[in-house]
Design a protein around this ligand. Structure first.
Ligand SMILES: *Cc1c(COP(=O)(O)O)cnc(C)c1O
Ligand SMILES: [Zn+2]
Length: 415
């Protein structure tokens, strides 16, 4: 028996068989994976998970892929760091960082892509595609290469050189659009409509794609000894990651892998130059799409977030909050994380850490709460942006006297 019954409309509950489809024909609501939770409860266990591979596929019983023919580059099961130094600096008793910058293509997008491409092959797709702010394009390029299937990735032309270099190397068909992510996404959606056998991971097979991010909740709980955190902080782009984390934790409660009634508070962070979701939470209004984007956090530059409405609801229903942070705060947070915990992140991670700081300072996160922060991308991908905020070292002649001139106060103290 399959653990996946099919697809189901989040709004009206209409049911569909598994397939390349993301929208309800009845009400145009988004579809989600319809699991057979009785079947899952009969197969999943902590012991079985512990015997699994050190990747997202240790949670295969909770993922929407049948069989074991995974397109797997080894994503996930990344370290949950007990961030004692950063916690001390911010005044938090128990702070953890799940570092997802160390995935195969250096962002959390490997989780969603590994699941989506595995499912696309199962559904008989003849090509893979995506619209991307940069990281998804590399993840899709890499997994399509591994699967030996053609890929079409649509990006705004303005993203970081490091990300473009990386994605080009995996050799997908790269379509760089003069415009925003939302423009690239519109074009990709049109191409998807014209080519129904092509699986666009975050468009026409989005219901399966988002499922991969739930593994971030699963591996957090597992590394906390199957306990829930009190408060989590995630970056907000389309809002899909935050919604998947919310679902992941509530499913762990439903199947009894963590205690029910954990009441996890869920908070998010966005850059001020593109903060439709955070603004909606702060003002308690609808999520209003924006057209003009101005932020160094390109991975989060989505003016019309597909899951914005649901992300706002998840935040408010949990008693969490949402921060918006400036470019300067993002760059400061990148340094703060690196110098306290030894983790080098891109501006999306800087946005999350800067949001954490603001939420603690404003009292939205309590010092006693066991808090988990999701760092989703690697600093090496956005070097030119980060370099602008750093002072290059002045070079010296390679002589001991030059060294002592530069560090005279230190060398004198040591004598
Ligand atoms: C895509 C991305 C996000 C945002 O994820 P959503 O699911 O769109 O909210 C956050 N961080 C990084 C590094 C990303 O690449
Ligand atoms: Zn519907």
């Amino acid at each position: 028996m399959s653990k996946v019954i099919g697809l189901k409309c989040r709004e009206c509950g209409a049911e569909y068989p598994s397939g390349i489809q993301n929208t309800c024909y009845e009400c145009f609501g988004p579809l989600e994976v319809h699991y057979d939770w009785d079947e899952i409860q009969n197969t999943v266990s902590k012991e079985k998970i512990a015997r699994g591979p050190p990747s997202i596929w240790r949670y295969a019983d909770l993922l929407p892929v049948d069989g074991t023919n995974y397109v797997d580059l080894g994503s996930g099961y990344n370290k949950l760091h007990h961030a004692k130094n950063l916690g001390k600096e911010l005044g938090l008793k128990e702070l953890y960082i799940l570092d997802d910058s160390v995935n195969p293509t250096n962002s959390f997008k490997d989780r969603v892509t590994s699941v989506a491409v595995s499912k696309a092959l199962e559904l008989g797709a003849t090509a893979i595609g995506c619209a991307s702010t940069g990281n998804l394009a590399s993840a899709v390029g890499a997994h399509a290469a591994k699967a030996g299937i053609p890929a079409y990735v649509f990006i705004p032309s303005s993203i970081e050189l490091g990300k473009i270099t990386q994605m080009l190397t995996y050799d997908p068909n790269v379509i760089a659009v003069d415009g925003t992510y939302d423009d690239a996404n519109r074009l990709a959606s049109e191409v998807a409509d014209q080519n129904p056998d092509w699986a666009f991971v975050n468009i026409n097979i989005r219901p399966y794609y988002t499922e991969g991010s739930r593994t971030l909740a699963f591996e957090t709980a597992e590394q906390l000894g199957w306990n829930a955190p009190d408060h989590i902080v995630a970056p907000l782009g389309s809002g899909a990651l935050l919604c998947a984390l919310t679902r992941g934790y509530s499913e762990l409660e439903k199947i009894g892998l963590i205690d029910s009634g954990s009441n996890i508070r869920i908070s998010g962070s966005q850059p001020t130059g593109c903060s439709p979701i955070s603004t909606a939470v702060q003002n308690d209004t609808e999520v209003i799409p924006i057209r003009e984007l101005d932020t160094i956090a390109h991975s989060l530059a989505i003016g019309n977030p597909a899951d914005g409405y649901y992300a706002k609801q998840a935040i408010q229903n949990s008693g969490g909050y949402a921060a918006s942070v400036t470019n300067e705060e993002i760059l400061e947070a990148i340094s703060l994380l690196a110098r306290t915990e030894g983790i080098f992140t891109e501006p999306a991670g800087g946005t999350t850490v800067a949001g954490l700081k603001i939420l603690v300072e404003s009292g939205h996160i309590h010092p006693d709460e066991r808090t988990v922060v999701y760092v989703t991308g690697n600093g090496l991908k956005a070097q030119e942006t980060i370099a602008e905020a750093l002072e290059r070292p002045e070079s010296i002649n390679p002589s001991y006297s030059e060294f002592t001139k530069k560090f005279s106060n230190i060398t004198e103290n040591n004598n």
